[in-house]
Ligand binder design. Structure first.
Ligand SMILES: [Zn+2]
Length: 418
């Protein structure tokens, strides 16, 4: 929707807003002469080439060439339109946009309201994690898991304190539409008509769509009490469909194309750990098994989909499910199984980065793996059992859409079964 905002408002926002203040929420900035320097949020780098000039109120990256002013930073980083960026900054820096009626065009759509409330909530969670005293135990927890401040900023991670009304009071204070916040699953309505927070005492992982807009949240409990679910996620909404998105897709999207491969992991922290060691083409399923829609999304970017799971029984099952779903889309995923008992994050924290890289260099064909697994160990002495195993293997292959592919795997079955 096109929204017109008068020039004098844009000017006032420009004057009051501070680019160093804003960008500091995304990047750790260090003073360097007249300017500030940090790791670029738009490309992966180890030495800072991203500079912010408080004097000129602009940013520029000498590594990738990305640059602009405070509005274009938000347009790129949060995938906002220009009016959305102006409105966001106006509210943040206390510039009132005069209320106008509908025909003057200040009415934002419901989707835009939803994105805005998510963004505002993300900012609140992020601030609580970085700056609030109540965030201390969350900071410790992440530190123990090797998630640095740079990573916290890069992924705009957050924390919700152990309170029933932290976000509620914040959203109320800034005048957000609370019933939309309820629809987004951030707040839950009580019988008396007031609200309480859904996410409490949790590390928050904002989930973004491929263009970078915040569409939902995942929350990991800090309390290990068995009665509390370890992970909870935003419910589906007008802007969030679980099975159609991945965690990390915004960062991975172009990298998957460039590398012509996608690594699929299960957990939020697996994804962050992989990105941290340079696997920018990784995405994570959102607490569920991979769906057909997710496979077809990746298929548009690459035909090399690699599942990377724990090598324990549950991980092998997950890999098999992923294969079965992918086959329906005529994709045969590659797979890497880690040593049993290790997910990618744990392996990386153990310092086994080289081992992981080596494994990722040699993924195996998942369909062949599961055909072999089914047929292996079935002896010729038990013909009925063998027949059953062969039939099951054939059933796997029959799901492939392309006859040529089916033919190749049928002859593989014949080979393996003699
Ligand atoms: Zn850059």
């Amino acid at each position: 929707m096109s929204v017109f905002i008068p020039d004098e408002i844009v000017e006032e926002v420009r004057e009051r807003a501070d680019i160093v203040d804003l960008i500091s929420e995304y990047v750790t900035l260090k003073k360097s002469g007249k300017n500030y320097k940090g790791l670029c949020p738009f490309h992966h780098e180890k030495t800072p080439s991203f500079t912010v000039s408080p004097e000129k109120q602009i940013f520029y990256c000498f590594g990738c060439g990305e640059g602009g002013n405070i509005f274009s930073f938000l347009m790129k980083k949060e995938s906002m339109t220009f009016p959305e960026a102006v409105r966001y900054l106006a509210e943040r820096y206390g510039v009132t946009i005069p209320a106008k009626n509908k025909k003057d065009g200040f009415i934002f759509s419901k989707k835009e309201e939803m994105f805005k409330i998510n963004l505002e909530s993300m900012r609140f969670f992020h601030y609580t994690l970085l700056k609030d005293k109540k965030g201390e135990k969350a900071r410790q927890y992440l530190k123990n898991r090797n998630i640095s401040i740079d990573l916290i900023k890069d992924f705009t991670l957050g924390y919700t304190p152990e309170l029933w009304d932290a976000l509620f009071l914040h959203l109320k204070k800034i005048g957000s539409n609370l019933s939309i916040a309820e629809e987004l699953g951030l707040l839950i309505k009580k019988k008396d008509g007031t609200y309480y927070d859904r996410f409490r005492d949790r590390i928050i992982f904002p989930i973004r769509n491929k263009t970078g807009k915040v569409i939902g949240f995942g929350g990991r409990a800090l309390n290990d009490e068995p009665s509390i679910p370890k992970y909870i996620n935003s419910p589906e909404s007008l802007i969030y469909q679980k099975g159609k998105n991945f965690y990390g897709l915004d960062k991975a999207y172009n990298n998957i194309r460039e590398k012509d491969s996608a690594i699929v992991v299960e957990g939020y922290t697996d994804l962050i750990a992989l990105h941290n060691i340079g696997f920018l083409n990784a995405v994570a399923t959102l607490g569920t098994a991979i769906t057909k829609e997710q496979v077809s999304l990746l298929k548009k970017l690459t035909s090399n989909i690699i599942t990377l799971f724990d090598g324990d029984e549950a991980g092998i099952k997950a890999a098999q499910r992923a294969m079965e779903v992918a086959i329906e889309e005529d994709v045969i995923p590659l797979m890497v199984l880690l040593p049993a008992g290790y997910d990618p994050d744990q392996l990386i924290r153990k310092g086994e980065v080289d081992k992981l890289k080596e494994k990722l260099d040699h993924p195996v064909d998942s369909l062949t793996f599961f055909i072999e697994k089914r047929l292996k160990g079935v002896s010729d002495d038990f013909p009925l059992e063998k027949e059953k195993a062969i039939n099951e293997a054939i059933a796997m292959v029959q799901r492939l859409k392309t006859p040529l592919k089916r033919g190749i795997y049928i002859s593989k079955i014949a080979q393996i079964a003699n």
